[in-house]
Ligand binder design. Sequence first.
Ligand code: ARG
Length: 472
Amino acid sequence: MAQLWGGRFTKATDQKVYDFNASIGFDKRMLFQDICGSIAHARMLGRQGIISETDALSIEEGLKGIFRDVSEGKLKITSKYEDVHSFCEAVLTERVGEAGKRLHTGRSRNDQVALDMRLYTRGVICTCDELLNELLKSILEIMKSNTDTFMPGFTHLQKAQPVTLAHHMGAYFEMFKRDRKRLRSIYERMNECPLGSGALAGTTYPLDRDFVAESLGFDRPTSNSMDSVSDRDYLIEFLDALSIIMMHLSRSCEEIITWNTNEYRFVEIDDTYSTGSSIMPQKKNPDIAELVRGKAGRVYGSLMGLLTVMKGLPLAYNKDMQEDKEGAFDAMDTALSCIDLYSGMLKSMTFNKDIMARSALGGFTNATDAADYMVVKGVPFRDAHSYVGRMVLYCIDKKLSIDEMSLEELKKICPVIEEDFYDAVSLKTCVDKRLTKGAPGPGAMKSEIEESEKFISENAVLKDPLEAFILM
Ligand code: ARG
């Protein structure tokens, strides 16, 4: 047990209490952020004359040494320390002596942890944005090469109207595009530096909060010290964004699982992304898609967990807030690996274009177009709807599709039908005629693809400013 706060106590902490209270087991992953924050703080203390420039320098060198040694495996972060902040300060003091003890001047672990968590989250937001951008590029490739790959569009999981694979994938492009926009807006809102807020009420030292904020790549320091040490909104927003990403991935995985069944065979998941059965030799299972679908629940759980942790907390810092970490880290690890794995699965997947097109021919996906044909010939839509309904019943009985009916059979139900009906209800016409913005028709799809390309080229991936903070 190495504690920062022993002075006021006459008895040692019970071991079970110590273990229960400690966060080192999970906050050690914020070592880099903690050290960058401490270096920025020490440089500022030196510049402001709050500590000597010599002390500031030896603190900086000491901290860099700690980071180097941990990275190289020469120094272990052990449960001897309560949290990553105590670890750094204790080891620093062992290494550089007196100066180490001056590092925490004008700082509390409350604003320190608020800073570390924000820095860590900001970095993950950037990685997430990069992964989503890669995913968007893969989806766009599939769109570009499948503008004439016909497939049924579904409602209620019943065949509805024909679309193309480009159009179907375009829907996911939009979802992940919005996810990227959400990340950017969270980033912009959260990019304020909480350091300098002290325990809750600022400090009496003449800290230069602007300097620290700028050194760490923040847009500005936060405005209210009580809010700064007790705000986890940004994390809730990010967990919310991750939950939505997981929901999008999960919906697509659900479709891939269905499309990969023996019954559909729209797609074939690559061997490298499939798994087998220990008993049934014939099996090739879509485990990765199922796991991504399943892991969505975990990420939602972290969001619910943190909302619940925060809902009853009086201002300002409360130890409950240490509970933000494990769930959030797990959600971040989970969502990032899901985006990555899903991208790989998608890229290596084969689309059985013939089977998709054949499927689009069945199930009366051209029924609406048949009604639209009659409307053009002067039949009111409601009557046309009813005629086509009768055609469908007739076809079900005779095991035909609408375009397999003879002109004579068609005319019996609706006299305005002529020879040109067959072309009007062909799969190609059904898709080609859908020309409204956002529809699967070739013209509309061309503009959608152009817009999508533009989005990618105009929206550079978010970059973590902390990458510029060199410690090695
Ligand atoms: N490990 C703590 C956390 O994650 C650090 C802050 C501790 N502050 C305190 N006043 N006990 O929240």
